[in-house]
Design a protein around this ligand. Sequence first.
Ligand code: LLP
Length: 381
Amino acid sequence: MNIDLQLVEGLKTPLYWYDLGLLQSTLDMINDCIKGTPVRVHYAIKANCNPKLLKVIAKAGLGADCVSGREITAAINSGFPAERICYAGVGKTDRELIAGMAKGIGYFNVESIEELETLDELASDYGYKPSVAIRVNPDIDAHTHHYITTGLEENKFGIHLSMLDKAIEFAHKSPNLNLIGLHFHIGSQITIMEPFKILCEKINGLTDKYRKSGIEFKIINVGGGLGIDYEDPDSNPIPDFKTYFDTLLKNLHLSEGQELHCELGRSIVGQCGSVVSQVTYVKQGVGKKFIILDAGMNDLIRPALYGAHHKIQNLSAAGESETELYDVVGPICESADTFGKDERLPKTKRGDIIVIRSAGAYGESMASTYNIRPTAESTLR
Ligand code: LLP
C-alpha cells in the first residue's frame, strides 16, 4: 500500500493524499511504452487539475487535453506548451474559442457543424487560422457505466457519421481553418481492449474513405478511456499501458508521418490519490452498523453519482483481526452519500483513520462545497 498511518497521522481530514512517486513511475511507464512510436499522449486535465500534479505531468513531456478556457489557462500556467494543447467540448463559447486562438493552442476538437461555422467566422474576424480535428461520434458501445459512455449515437458528443462528410468538406474548403485530424473518445473506465479494437477498425474505414477524396489527416486522436483497477490498487498500481498502446498501434493503419494522439486522464492519476478521512462516529443502526466519516460525497462524488466502488481501508486498525460488516457513509444529508455498503472491515472505532483508494481521478476535480462544507486540502509526498 502506498499510504500508511504514520504518513497521515495528525493531518487535518478530510484530505486528498497523493503519491508523487507512483505518479512519476506511471509517467515513466507511458514514456517508455511510446518511445520511438508516433504516439503523443495528452493528459486530460479534467481528471485532476491540482497544480502540483499538473507540473509533474507537464515536466514529463505530455501534452494537455482541455475542455474549458480555464483548463487551457491552468495547463499553460503549469508548463504545458500551448502547441501541445488540444481543446474539446460540445459547448465552447465564443469567448473560449477566441481565447484558444489567442493562446495559440495546438488544435480544437470540433464537436458540431454549428461550432465549425462559428469558429470559421471568429477565425476570419480574428485573422488567425486555427487547426481543427473533427470529433466523430463513432457509435461504439464502450461497455462502461452509461454516464461515462460518450461514443454512442444517443450521446451529445461529436459529429454523427451521417453528417461527417458535410463537416469535413466545410473544414477542408474553409480558407479560415486548417483541418489536421479526426478525434474520437468512446468513454471512460474501459477495462477490455475490444472497444478500442472496434474503434481502430472504424477509424481505418474513415481514413481510407477520405484519402480517396484527397484528404489526409496528420493526426488521429483516439481520446482516452483506459480503466484502472479499483478493487485491487495494490496489485495493479500502474495500468497496462503496454497492451493499450500495442492494441492501438497494431490495429490502426497509420500512414507515414501520421501522429496518433491519446487523451488519458484516469489511467495517469487515478491510483496515486486517496481520500484520507477520520471516523466521526460508529453508529449502531437497525440490523447494521454505520461508519460515519468526516469525508462526504462533496469530497468524492463518484460512488453517489455512478455507483462506483473504491477500496476502503482502516489504517488505524491494520493489526486488528476481528472484522465486522459496515455501511461506510459521509455526513451529508443525502442517502446517496455512501461510500460502501456491507464493507467487511476490521473492528472500527471513533477517531480511526480510513482511506478511500484510487481517488486521484475525478475526485478532487469534481469536489463541491455542498452543505457549505470546505473543500478538502491536499498533501503530496
Ligand atoms: N478525452 C475526452 C474528450 C473526454 O471526454 C475524456 C473524459 C477524456 C479524454 C479522458 O478520459 P479518461 O482517460 O479519464 O477515461 N467523471 C467520470 C469520468 C468522466 C470522463 C469524462 N471524459 C468518472 O468519475 O468516472
